[in-house]
Design a protein around this ligand. Sequence first.
Ligand SMILES: *Cc1c(COP(=O)(O)O)cnc(C)c1O
Length: 421
Amino acid sequence: MSRNNVDLPFARPCIGTAEEEAVLRVLRSGWLTTGGEALAFEKEFTEFLEGPHGPPSGYNPLRSLTVNSATSGLHLALEACGVRAGDLVLVPAYTFVSTAEVVRYLGAEVVFVDIAPGTFHIDPHALEACLARLVRGDCAYPQRDAPGGFGPQGAPKAVIPVHYGGLPCDMDAIMDIARRYGLKVIEDAAHAFPSQLRAGSWAGTIGDVGVFSFYATKTITTGEGGMVVSRDKEIIDRIALMRSHGIDRSVWNRYTDTKASWYYEVVAAGYKYNLPDILAALGRVQLARAGELLEMRKQIAAAYDAAFQDVACFSLPPTGPGDARHLYPLQLNLKGLSLSRDAFIEKIQAAGIGVSVHFIPLHSMPYYQNRYHLTAGDFPESMQRFQRIISLPIWAGMQRDQVERVIRVVKTIAGNYRINP
Ligand SMILES: *Cc1c(COP(=O)(O)O)cnc(C)c1O
């Protein structure tokens, strides 16, 4: 069966008349690219994360910068953190390709770290063990027989924890390790708007830089887009500069002796990663609705949890109070089933329901396998999670009968293929 007969999609943006009017307002204004809407979006995003009381005591104010994607934001964040060719950046093997490819953009090397048992998050113990090896001068990967391991060697510069599914990582452990090893921490918060570690402590604001995604399937969307946040003035100034061609407009015009509006200087070979106002206007409405959209996802997750918790061949996704519930990664206990995960997915799709797999581990991808001589078995936790997971639809606007239909279909397949103990 193909996906063609899917009538209940895996993801669907929740767009209303307020979003339509916001886009029309910009179209009619005559100013389409980055301008007042992007500035307002940045200000409102900061206000959301900072809350009414401003920064926590002892912290600098947070600043937010719009970008045209989270991938661009991650690239800018690494660049601003000083990552250069030959440096090492630690990345979970279990993530979307963006998290790793941005390291390669800069000529730096990716060091994969496995996820922790029972979670979808980078394993702090494995992270620490990997760093200890690297500072000893060993290679990144101790697995397999090569003396001293295999994979890149060099100076570790940064780590990119991923708040998979909207559930925040153990940032206390990660920050402690990063500070001891002198690493910058860039939070991949693509799934994590809004996610809280503790009341008022938002994912994305704990490390040196946080990067959010507004891709079409994410928790709030601008179609394509993202936001970078930081409390570090040097980092955020550098990101602002590199986001638009390395152009510095604040400079004095030495030719006309004035601060002429047309004058600028290029101080670095920058990028073009700005977010147009058409999209920023959409983002402002979605931001204002973030709490409402989160509540809808929470209700769907609660219905799934209640329906699946007693099914022996299912394991529920790990969760916690601050979970943004971006994904619902149901895990199959394959020993209790007489069909494979892939066959299970085909049967769900044949019933007209869209599902997905988050993620195919990056160390199993040809590019990374070839570059670092990796094999699929090198990160067993990531591989096991991948082989067992099915991402079920969980999007704001899904109707109760649609949620019930997913539950009915998934439970029926499990019932039909259950191996009785
Ligand atoms: C979607 C995603 C990204 C990239 O987001 P874009 O805005 O599409 O560039 C990065 N990391 C993770 C974990 C993602 O799921």
